[in-house]
Ligand binder design. Structure first.
Ligand code: PLP
Length: 376
């Protein structure tokens, strides 16, 4: 039997056709007509005014912080419960991260912890330069109270929507509530370009500046003129061709991942001590990954028992993200709360959720998971 991966790339067939078209046109280059078309189609998919294709989501977060003028001595607030790339970008510009714990229901940034912290800092005139809420595992953070708190103090929001393509918040795509949204097309995300990202924004000058910074910051001149530091962060035309093909099937991908969740929930939700991430009433959870927690006080097994049992039959599963306030590299950074994300890390497991996974493979995961609970 072949190894079952957590969230492998899902090729639907049109990728090679469009990539071949790109090669035949001789646009084997960064930028080109496929990049332009991918940007237009992506902007339309999330109802954003501008979309700028980049080499990664990490590049998008980096350039967003540069555009907002974040630098050494500044603080940037983000969710402790996230993938490290969010917090790394804050260090790329020399700023200091502040980590906010999760809400127990959404698993995302706790808005009341953020609001209290901003009020305290606002009163003493020590506000952060930006807040980066993260929309984890396919579900939006509770944006309304986050936006209200940031507006009160005039703090910019950069939305890390890398895991949330296809999700919604009160009928709108994430990434359109803050100054910009950042997306990822890494191989494990809901769509892939084999590696890539996108920055979306409503702001003309934000988009133009990010576009310029990503292409080595060339000033408009026939010769190479540079007034600021640039980066080689644009997406290749071949990658964009793959992205266009992937984007065409986004809705089917969301449906497939949600169906995996429904099946896991139906088969495992009744086991003692097992809980699944909730879908909040404010929007659509894509179930990019189906995630559950295993409370060893009630269950007959703990997270590691289940993970190791799955690994023994060549099924990949992963603990939930280890919170940033517990990462050695961020030791000493301010952390606001931390018990909720700490518990999610101790007890949480992501199950195979790829949109091309068969019902038979899913049944294998379920049977192995259940076997951990049926032993004497
Ligand atoms: C994947 C991911 C990123 C980084 O995106 P890359 O394209 O891999 O650089 C950032 N934030 C979160 C939450 C992610 O899951």
């Amino acid at each position: 039997m072949t190894r079952l991966y957590l969230s492998p790339p899902h090729v639907n067939g049109r990728e090679s056709e469009l990539a071949q078209e790109a090669i035949a046109s001789n646009w084997v280059a960064p930028l080109g007509p496929m990049v332009n078309a991918f940007e237009e189609e992506f902007a339309q998919a999330v109802a954003a005014r501008h979309a700028v294709a980049l080499s990664s989501g990490s590049a998008g977060l980096h350039l967003a912080l540069i555009h907002l003028g974040v630098g050494p001595g500044d603080e940037v607030v983000t969710s402790s419960f996230t993938f490290a790339a969010t917090a790394f970008a804050i260090r790329y510009v020399g700023a200091t991260p502040v980590f906010i714990d999760s809400s127990a229901d959404t698993w995302n940034m706790n808005p009341s912890l953020l609001c209290d912290w901003l009020d305290r800092r606002g009163r003493v005139g020590r506000l952060p330069k930006a807040v980066i809420p993260v929309h984890l595992y396919g579900q939006c953070a509770d944006l309304d109270p986050i936006v209200t708190a940031c507006e009160r103090w005039g703090v910019s929001i950069v939305e890390d929507a890398a895991e949330a393509l296809g999700s919604s918040y009160r009928g709108r795509a994430p990434g359109t509530f803050g100054r910009c949204g950042v997306w990822s097309f890494n191989g494990n995300k809901i769509i892939t370009t084999s590696g890539g990202g996108m920055l979306t924004t409503e702001d003309d000058s934000f988009a133009a500046h990010v576009r310029k910074l990503a292409a080595q910051a060339r000033e408009p001149a026939a010769h190479y003129e540079h007034a600021e530091i640039g980066f080689n962060y644009r997406l290749s035309n071949i990658s964009a061709a793959i992205g266009r093909a992937q984007l065409e099937t986004l809705e089917q991908r969301v449906a497939a991942r949600r169906a995996h969740f429904e099946a896991y929930h139906a088969a495992l939700g009744g086991l003692p001590g097992i809980a699944f991430a909730k879908e909040m009433p404010y929007g659509r959870h894509t179930r990019w990954l189906t995630c559950c927690t295993i409370d060893p006080a009630q269950a007959r097994a703990d997270r590691e028992d289940v993970r190791v049992a799955l690994e023994k039959v060549d099924i990949e599963s992963r603990p939930l993200w280890k919170p940033m306030h517990l990462q050695p590299v961020f030791r000493g950074c301010e952390s606001v709360g931390g018990a909720v994300s700490g518990r999610l890390f101790d007890q949480g497991l992501c199950l195979p959720s790829g949109s091309a996974m068969s019902a038979q493979d899913r049944a294998r995961v379920i049977a192995t998971f259940r076997s951990c609970f049926c032993q004497e």
